[in-house]
Design a binder for this molecule. Structure first.
Ligand code: SF4
Length: 432
């Protein structure tokens, strides 16, 4: 069968469709690059914002218009609104998040045990980047699912259920599949990554140490980490140069009273201390973040505190989300919902503050030579191939090359900042 896999939203969704691809391939099916080529499609939906929900619906309609008669809807939006998903054209199967691990087995009507994401002990299958839009050099590896926290704005914890960790051996096996398939960077991902191991009385530190000990991963990167899961000694892991000097620590708000209404398990002084410890122990580390603009009840004063705190933290970048009430969350029922135009205005101010500190962070690296993993080739001009990729500290770099260098790691002399990217020259050693 020709199968098209589509995903919306987070790295975890991406990691999951990559695992599904391996399962379908092992059973002899072909993963195709677009819906037009497919007989069956799986759509891993998202519910984190209203926009993500409408994109999820749109993708399913688009795939059915492309002629796919059998669509399987899974993921967070499908889990929260199965009836609405089932009502969309050509959706023949609904697989909630809790059964996603068995989606390949259910679809192929095979005994579940044979397809729980590690289908082929006898016949290991290397990760092969997905064809088409979802082709990635970096391998996203799911290590954990669900969350036991109840941040009042968060629908993910509702859609994904209680926190559960994958066993070290399973994670290591997935990483070996990815490395044998040619991946040069492994990205650990989950819903609440920092809670990995709590169900085994272990900590994420133990998993990272096991990965660095048992695999020759050239680059290991961590996805978003909730600040309260980390302590200063966590940063001693970065004595291993294979661990990428980039920490994404969602702050969400820079006012303690707002953080309280969000039921965030942190406050501004412990966040500030954690960032200071990371910067002291990991030279040049990039600290990025997420901020919510216009959370219910956010006064002008609270917003001013958040803006000032964001400026003081000097982040290397991040995302600003305009608060989006999600049915089923505590915040959606809160009094003091902020006018949409005010939320938008606050988003712009926070965005400008993050852009400013991100720019000054980038400029610090002009004149330096850094390693870049090339992720895309955007054009073939008189100057050669224009490559684009990421440094170890998550800076986006462009450089010209005589030959395509997709999925290669090169040393690059960084010459200038152009908008949100750095321009550089690949050192000739790469072509030796
Ligand atoms: S920690 Fe909070 S924001 Fe993160 S997944 Fe859990 S409930 Fe959602």
């Amino acid at each position: 069968m020709k199968i098209f896999l589509d995903t919306i939203g987070c790295r975890l969704n991406q990691a999951e469709i990559e695992s599904m691809a391996r399962g379908f391939r092992a059973a002899g099916h072909e993963i195709v690059a677009s819906a037009e080529l497919a007989e069956l499609a799986v759509v891993n939906t998202c519910a984190v914002t209203n926009d993500a929900v409408s994109v999820s619906r749109g993708k399913i309609r688009q795939i059915s218009r492309a002629g796919v008669n059998e669509i399987i809807a899974t993921g967070c939006w499908t889990t929260l609104q199965p009836k609405e998903a089932a009502a969309l054209p050509n959706v023949l199967q609904i697989v909630p998040n809790s059964q996603k691990d068995q989606l390949v087995a259910q679809t192929l009507k095979l005994p579940p045990a044979s397809f729980i994401l590690h289908p082929f002990d006898a016949e290991p299958l290397n990760r092969v980047p997905l064809p088409g839009l979802h082709r990635r050099t970096r391998a996203f590896i799911k290590v954990q699912d669900g969350c036991n926290n109840q941040c009042t704005f968060c629908i993910t914890t509702v859609a994904r259920g209680a926190a559960r960790s994958r066993a070290v051996a399973d994670v290591i096996q997935d990483i070996r599949f990815a490395l044998d398939g040619g991946a040069k960077e492994i990205v650990l991902t989950g819903v609440h990554l920092g809670s990995w191991g709590y169900d085994f009385d272990l900590h994420l530190t133990d998993l990272i140490q096991a990965i660095l000990r048992q695999t020759d991963t050239p680059r290991l990167r961590l996805s978003s980490l909730e600040p309260w899961d980390l302590h200063a000694d966590f940063f001693s892991l970065w004595t291993d140069a294979r661990l990428m000097p980039h920490l994404h620590l969602p702050l969400q708000a820079g006012s303690d009273s707002t953080l309280k209404r969000m039921r965030r398990n942190t406050d501004t002084s412990s966040f500030r201390e954690l960032v200071a410890a990371a910067r002291a122990m990991i030279p040049g580390v990039a600290i990025t973040t997420d901020i919510i603009a216009g959370f219910p009840g956010e006064t002008e004063d609270e917003f001013a505190q958040t803006l000032e705190f964001v400026r003081a933290m000097n982040f290397a970048g991040g995302h600003v989300f305009t608060y989006s009430p999600r049915p089923g969350t505590g915040a959606a029922k809160m009094k003091g919902q902020i006018q949409p135009e005010v939320r938008k205005k606050r988003n712009h101010s926070l965005h400008d503050a993050l852009d400013e500190s991100a720019k000054s962070y980038r400029e610090k690296f002009v004149g330096q030579t850094m390693s870049v993993l090339w992720e895309s080739t955007s054009e073939m001009g008189e100057r050669g191939w224009l490559m684009e990729g990421l440094t170890e500290n998550y800076l986006r770099v462009q450089a010209y090359s005589a030959s395509p260098r997709w999925n290669e790691i090169d040393r690059v002399a960084l010459a200038a900042c152009v908008e949100e990217k750095l321009q550089g020259t690949i050192l000739m050693e790469a072509f030796a």
